[in-house]
Design a protein around this ligand. Structure first.
Ligand SMILES: Nc1ncnc2c1ncn2[C@@H]1O[C@H](COP(=O)(O)OP(=O)(O)OP(=O)(O)O)[C@@H](O)[C@H]1O
Ligand SMILES: [Mg+2]
Length: 409
């Protein structure tokens, strides 16, 4: 690494990292050295703008902007850097550690070319650089994850309630429906899997039958194959595929991690998005789902139950060394935007629990449970409902993220 600013002309630099402090991204330093040797510099955000405005910046091949959750208030300047790079024909790789989907979405829309999560998966920075170096191809036929169907697996998103009734199933079902209807002609293929083998209520929310084939599938996963899996699915309006809970209640420990992995693997092989509704209880196979998922949403409310369960859950996961960084805490029935007191309470709760609460879902009133009782997703029963709007936004940012990062997520 060399100091980009002091580089004598002509600059031998081909790349630059831009971050608040590159030493917080030590894996990036290693990977940059592996990728371009010494031919890269490192800049902070304000200097980066000044540097890019210099002529010799045009010689840069790419910049790697590394951000974490502390940088979310710097989005405007980061956006300016991305736009300026775009004008100069310099490619932008975004490296993000624990950044909210909304922030990522904004930056990707401003023109970042590639997205890689941090900690960097092995070889992923090099893969992103290789993709940048490929000559521009004609527009891909579709912008959804299916466009990367060259053996690409669908994204697995799980939803788990930190306490009963905190809206896990509502989020799972409506997120799935919003994703399935995100585009008229290029809609991604979406599947919901209800792993609430006892009280799972996805079938009720969409007014679908619970088929015996589901029970048969779970009771004999040894012989399960693609056909058996497909036969156990039912469709909602031919657009969303659902593996409901079985008709009879099953003990949660009747199935094993292996069974769950097999089903998730088949599902991700067939669908662009697989959304899993988890039972509130921690079971032996919770770990399997957490490990396989890209994002694990945990729904909660502003109450003692949710607060205490969060602490207990965090302790349980950390004791087992499980990937807690995949958790996305989601405050349901969150205070309104205008309720400043309420907002401050959410912030205090997050601080005292030492978690980030990245998603806040508003109270949608009676219309929400009424829609559920009629077996309809909110988009169909109450399209203007504030809860629906927020879930639609979430779907849009996840989808935008998926489109740009299918290879990396
Ligand atoms: N933001 C909201 N606004 C209004 N009603 C909501 C909201 N979120 C959930 N509900 C309602 O609260 C009830 C419980 O929601 P839901 O079944 O999604 O929770 P859950 O976490 O899946 O519960 P369980 O522990 O039973 O699985 C439902 O009647 C649902 O319609
Ligand atoms: Mg539920």
């Amino acid at each position: 690494m060399s100091s980009a600013i002091n580089q004598p002309e002509p600059s031998p630099l081909v790349a630059c990292t831009i971050s608040r402090d590159v030493t917080t991204f030590d894996l990036l330093i290693e990977d940059m050295e592996a990728a371009v040797g010494e031919a890269w510099g490192d800049l902070g955000f304000p200097e980066a703008l000044a540097f890019l405005r210099q002529l010799d910046a045009e010689m840069l091949e790419f910049i790697a902007i590394a951000i974490d959750d502390e940088d979310e208030d710097r989005l405007p300047i980061i956006g300016d850097i991305i736009e300026l790079a775009g004008q100069l024909g310099i490619k932008v790789i975004l490296i993000a550690d624990d950044v909210s989907p909304t922030a990522l979405h904004t930056l990707l829309r401003q023109g970042a070319d590639e997205f890689v999560p941090y900690p960097l998966p092995e070889g992923e920075l090099q893969a992103a650089i290789d993709r940048l170096r490929q000559p521009a191809e004609p527009a891909a036929p579709s912008t959804n994850i299916a466009a990367n169907a060259a053996g690409q697996k669908g994204a697995l998103l799980a939803v788990h309630g930190l306490a009963g009734g905190t809206g896990a199933t509502t989020l799972a079902v409506n997120l799935a429906w919003e994703l399935a209807s995100i585009s008229k002609d290029k809609a991604p293929r979406v599947c919901v899997i209800d792993l609430g083998l006892q009280f799972g209520s996805v079938a009720t929310c969409l007014d679908l039958p619970r088929r015996e084939a589901v029970f048969e599938m779970w009771s004999d996963t040894e012989t399960m194959d693609e056909d058996i899996f497909k036969q156990a699915l039912v469709s909602y309006q031919d657009r969303l595929w659902v593996l409901t809970a079985p008709p009879e209640m099953l003990p949660l420990d009747m199935i094993t991690s292996e069974d769950v992995n097999k089903v998730l693997d088949l599902a991700c092989g067939h669908f662009d998005y697989v959304i899993v509704d988890m039972p509130a209880t921690l079971v032996q196979w919770t770990e399997a789902v957490l490990t396989a998922a890209q994002i694990y949403f945990m729904t909660m409310e502003m109450d003692m139950r949710s607060a205490q369960n969060t602490l207990r859950l965090k302790r349980a996961l950390q004791a087992e060394d499980l990937p807690v960084e995949k958790l996305r805490f989601c405050m349901n029935r969150a205070p309104k935007f205008t309720d400043l007191n309420g907002k401050a309470r959410v912030k205090r709760m997050a601080e005292s629990l030492e978690i980030g609460i990245e998603l806040q879902l508003p109270d949608g009133g009676k219309a929400v449970s009424q829609g559920t009782d009629h077996g309809l997703p909110l988009a169909n029963s109450a399209p203007k409902n504030p809860l629906r709007k927020e879930i639609a936004k979430l779907a849009a940012s996840l989808h935008a993220l998926g489109a740009a990062s299918a290879a990396a997520v």
